[in-house]
Design a protein around this ligand. Structure first.
Ligand code: NAP
Ligand code: HSE
Length: 439
């Protein structure tokens, strides 16, 4: 049997605790699947006095990251501390010390993927990151290995468990945004800074990782347009429901033309109105789902728990087993990720992406308002599909009433130009609210 594989886990919070649990409670299973023993040799945290909810072998818990990374009995460093500064240094130090690295840190990959992967190639070591996107859903392997006969033409995905949990709780459970966010944090779904979850950043980081694998583009975080769920109002969730839709935070990549030289890909994250009958609309709670269309296979869907301790740990440990048997090293070398290899795609803004749109205004019920709004849309060649306006009360003629407009397909750029114009109308009480409609 091959020599035991020594492991250091850097960070023992939500995900690290799950990984330690599997390593300590399922060692027989891991040895059987790996053909060698996997031994936890170091666990590093900030505060060793904190209760961990897992029994650690004695003498392995510490606070010295450098000592763990340099330890000659450690062959794999699992970075589960999060963040992009210290974590990056830990990963680079581990690689230069000759260790393979596993990370769940999508922010780090989106921010410094090129630097980290170049360091790994220079050190002839592998970086594995199945847990970085969609928690327990094996989407990295699906894209990087199982779909390699295809050119991916589009990705539509629910990639942030916290946002999906909050939207589900608001739509179905009648809970407030704030209550649902606190619950998502208690359940271990949210990032240390939950702003990243609710403002669309976390989904954008994950989309950047998927876009690197699917299109070979190294999207910098600022190149992905993003809108989160932090400004969604209960009124729009209600209107969406009345119209037969549910609002989901989607991360999307649209290639155009689908394949070939000089192709472009538009990347964005936004709340989207999805038909209640659509598969993505059925994805509830902290679950994630990724719909990938490939030019050979057609439409495929991957779904499962997208956040939380054990689902994420499941993906981390799968990477560890792949390293133990030697598969991960081969896949890493073959994928050539963040290597600068040109696959013919460049990133373009979403202006040209065509969609239907939901537009909700709060307006004073005065003559000509609806006509002005319709004219602004018409000036941008946007055709209206339906209009809903609730009546103001007779005794409150100045009351603001919601005006909901559904459009036919239009280019995003034209729609944005129309909304900019509508926002200047004096009869509006606040800015227009709009979401793309997925039909
Ligand atoms: P977490 O619960 O906040 O845990 C972070 C751990 O890192 C803690 O144990 C902390 O120590 C330790 N740590 C932080 N800075 C450190 C430092 N400078 N030196 C030593 N230890 C340090 O985070 P998490 O939710 O497990 O997330 C970890 C990573 O996985 C992040 O990159 C996250 O994006 C990613 N991820 C999370 C999930 C999820 O569902 N939570 C899913 C997929 C990916 P103390 O415990 O002593 O404070
Ligand atoms: N905070 C992330 C989420 C964890 O809610 O999806 C999984 O990456």
């Amino acid at each position: 049997m091959a020599e035991p594989l020594g492991v250091a886990v850097i960070g023992c919070g939500t995900v690290g605790t799950g990984v330690v649990k599997i390593l300590t409670e399922q060692s027989g299973r891991l040895e059987q699947r790996s053909g060698r023993s996997i031994q936890l040799r170091r666990v590093v945290v900030r505060d060793p006095a904190k209760a961990r909810g897992v029994t650690l072998p004695s003498g392995i818990l510490g606070t010295d990251v450098a000592a763990a990374v340099r330890d000659p009995s450690v062959h794999v460093v699992i970075e589960l501390m999060g963040g992009t500064t210290t974590a990056k240094q830990v990963v680079l130090d581990a690689l230069s010390a000759g260790k393979h690295v596993i990370t769940a840190n999508k922010a780090l990959l989106a921010d410094a993927g090129a630097e980290v992967f170049a360091a790994a190639r220079a050190a002839e070591r592998a970086v594995c990151f199945e847990a970085a996107v969609a928690g327990g859903v094996p989407i990295i392997r699906a894209l990087a290995e199982s779909l390699t006969a295809n050119q991916v033409t589009s990705i539509q995905a629910i990639l942030n468990g916290t946002s999906n949990f909050i939207l589900t709780a608001m739509a179905d459970g009648g809970r407030s945004y704030a209550e649902a966010l606190v619950e998502a944090q208690k359940l271990g779904y949210a990032e240390a800074d939950p702003t990243l979850d609710v403002d669309g950043s976390d989904a954008a980081h994950k989309l950047a990782v998927l876009a690197q694998i699917a299109f070979g583009v190294a999207a910098r975080p600022h190149e992905i347009e993003r809108q989160g769920i932090d400004h969604i109002e209960a009124m729009d969730i209600r209107f969406a429901g009345e119209l037969g839709y549910t609002i989901k935070l989607l991360a999307e990549a649209w290639a155009s033309p689908a394949a070939g030289r000089n192709s472009t890909v538009a990347l964005h994250v936004a709340p989207v109105m999805v038909r209640k009958t659509d598969m993505l609309a059925q994805v509830r709670g902290a679950y994630n789902a990724i719909q990938v269309i490939g030019d050979v296979v057609g439409e495929t869907l991957y779904q499962g728990p997208g956040a939380g301790m054990m689902p994420t740990a499941s993906s981390v440990v799968a990477d560890l087993i792949d390293l133990a048997v030697g598969r991960a090293q081969k896949s890493f070398a073959a994928a050539k990720l963040w290597s600068g290899a040109d696959r013919g795609f460049s990133i373009e803004p979403s202006e040209k992406v065509r969609s239907r749109f939901y537009l909700r205004l709060l307006v004073r019920d005065q003559p000509g308002v609806l006509a002005d709004v319709c004219r602004a849309l018409a000036d941008e060649h946007i055709s209206i599909s339906s209009v809903i306006q609730h009546e103001a009360r007779e005794d409150h003629p100045d009351q603001l009433v919601p005006l909901v407009i559904m459009t036919h397909y239009a280019a995003t750029g034209h729609f944005r130009a129309a909304v900019k114009m509508i926002d200047t109308h004096p009869a509006l009480g606040g800015k227009a609210v709009s979401y793309p409609v997925d039909d």
